[in-house]
Structure formats: C-alpha cells, structure tokens
Write a protein that binds this ligand. Structure first.
Ligand SMILES: NC(=O)c1ccc[n+]([C@@H]2O[C@H](COP(=O)([O-])OP(=O)(O)OC[C@H]3O[C@@H](n4cnc5c(N)ncnc54)[C@H](OP(=O)(O)O)[C@@H]3O)[C@@H](O)[C@H]2O)c1
Length: 281
C-alpha cells in the first residue's frame, strides 16, 4: 500500500517513521506541515492523487491545550476542518483522538460508547474532528489515546527528567489519574490495524495498561532515570496554576481494541523503562 503519514515530525509521527522499517512491504510518504498542510484541501487532493495514496495515517494535530483556549479557531481548522478534507479522498483513514473528549469526571474507565463532554477548546476541536471524519469516511479508524510521550518533541517525561536534574524538590499533582502512553506502542497499535486481515472501522481506545497519577508517573520517571537528588512532593491540583482545567480521571477502557485485534498491551511502567533507556543512551 502507499501510505501517507501526516504530522510526521511530531511524537507519534516519528515513532511511525521508526516502526515503518519493520513493515517494508508498504511505501511510506512522510509529511509535516511544510510538505503538506492538512488544512489545504487542494494540496491534500493533489498529493493523494499524484502519489496514488491508499491510506492516510493522520498524526498531525494542534496539540497545545493551553494555546487552543486562546485560539480555538486555529485549533478547529487543524483538528476538525482538516478531517473533512482527509476523510473525503475516497480512501481509508486512521486518525488519532484524545481522552479530552470526555469530561474527566468519571470514576471508571471510559468506553467508546460512553457520552462525551469535552471541557476544553482542545477537546471540543478533537471531538468535532472525530464527527467530521466519520461523516465523510465510514471506513475510518479512530484511536483515542492519552498522556502521550516519546523520545521526540516536548513531553512530560522529558520535562520531569530535566526538572529532576535541575531542582532539589518538585511538587506534582496526585489527584489526576490516567495512563501514560508510549507513542511507540501507539504506533504499533496503528500497524496492528493496518496489518489486520479484515478492515475494522470504528472508534477505539488505546493507551498503555495500568493507571497512575502524575505524581506516581514522576516518581517512576526519576527512579528509571537514576535521579535521586530531587524530592518529589504530592500536591493537589488546586495548588498548581493551570490555564486550562485538567481531567481528574481520564482512564480509557481498551477492551474493544484488545478483543477486536487480539492483542495484549504493555503496562505503562514497562514501556516507560524502554523510553527512558533510549533517552539515557
Ligand atoms: N500529546 C498528548 O499527550 C496526546 C494525548 C492524547 C491524544 N493525542 C493525540 O495524538 C496525536 C499525536 O500527538 P503528538 O503528541 O504526536 O502530536 P505532536 O507531537 O504535537 O505532533 C503533531 C504534528 O503535527 C504537525 N502539524 C500541525 N499542524 C499541521 C498541519 N496543518 N498540517 C500538517 N501537520 C501539522 C505539528 O507541527 P508543529 O509542531 O509545527 O505544529 C507536529 O509536527 C494527535 O492527534 C493528538 O491530538 C496526544
């Protein structure tokens, strides 16, 4: 297949680049905004036609949650309007969405069929993107994920390693619960979808296994990175100034993905260990 991967310079896009070498039977077209702006309908149409693209994996997004509050229009263009464009090329699309489509007030893991109630501009734009894509592309696969990190770009793991080395103590919230997800595992999930014998469209949840708070996550990051000089203190969300409200509980139920594709998913701590090893090497 000729596969277009958009947003290829981001966390997930880079992991797709690495993993694609394990699936050499496909031809890959890696693009980011400079080569192909997904909001440019004419450019997308021309790119798909010229390169005879058969599948789009959309890793491009407006991911800055705080900035999206101030500029929802731009976030909407990239996270929603562009999905109408990508979805109307008459080919399959694999798209990535977020736990932010939910309110974050839940107490049990969210299923795909649970009602959404985004509380942020980012969440609203991502949910709108899901709807726009499904409206024009019944063949679409949407993977909702959460707490993404990787060796690439800026993310919580890299920030906590840096702060752990710089500071003697650090307050990290312990009343927000979720599941850290290694972008390499999400890339593997995308290849699982691509390689499946039968194409199974729909919305799925995919994160690593297990749950933790940002505080627990930080302790694990520091332990794996060998940081012993920084004391990590558990704090409440109300002690930290957030520009945008953050979900208290955003655990996704992955049963549908595991059952449909017959896979097991690594625990977040095992995957974190793999990532920190790469960051330390
Ligand atoms: N990060 C998380 O914690 C998280 C959590 C849940 C879900 N997700 C979802 O997971 C997916 C992957 O996230 P990620 O962390 O890999 O994102 P990322 O690192 O921010 O990468 C997104 C990439 O898309 C590019 N991009 C932005 N606008 C574009 C446009 N108009 N045309 C083409 N490319 C464009 C970005 O370029 P610039 O950097 O130049 O803007 C960036 O290289 C996204 O759909 C995101 O919403 C992420």
């Amino acid at each position: 297949m000729n596969i277009l991967i958009t947003g290829a310079n981001g966390q997930l896009g880079n992991e797709m680049r690495i993993l694609s070498s394990s699936y050499p039977k496909h031809a890959y077209f890696f693009t980011d905004v400079e080569e192909l702006d997904i909001t440019d309908a004419n450019a997308v149409r021309a790119y798909v036609e010229t390169n005879a693209i058969e599948l789009i994996v959309n890793c491009a997004a407006y991911t800055n949650v705080d900035k999206a509050e101030e500029d929802e229009a731009t976030a909407m263009k990239i996270n929603a309007d562009a999905l109408s464009v990508l979805g109307s090329q008459g080919i399959k699309v694999i798209h990535v969405s977020t736990d932010y489509v939910f309110s974050g007030d839940e107490h049990v893991p969210c299923r795909e069929s649970d009602p959404v109630a985004p509380r942020t501009a980012y969440g609203r734009t991502k949910y709108e993107g899901e709807k726009r894509l499904l409206a024009v592309c019944p063949e679409a696969v949407i993977l909702r994920t959460a707490w993404l990190y990787s060796e690439f770009g800026n993310n919580f793991v890299k920030t906590m390693i840096r702060l752990g080395k710089e500071k003697e103590q650090l307050g990290v919230v312990f009343d927000q619960i979720g599941t850290p997800t290694y972008a390499a595992d999400l890339a593997q999930a995308i290849f699982t979808v691509i390689e499946s014998n039968v194409w199974r469209p729909g919305v799925y949840h995919f994160t690593n296994e297990g749950v933790c708070s940002w505080y627990d996550f930080t302790l694990a990051i520091h332990e794996l990175a060998g940081i012993v000089t920084c004391r990590v203190r558990p704090i409440l969300s109300e002690e930290y100034t957030y520009k945008t409200p953050r979900p208290h509980y955003s655990v996704l139920d992955k049963s549908k993905f595991k059952k449909t594709f017959g896979v097991t998913i690594p625990h977040w701590k095992a995957s974190l260990e793999r990532c920190v090893k790469l960051l330390n090497s």
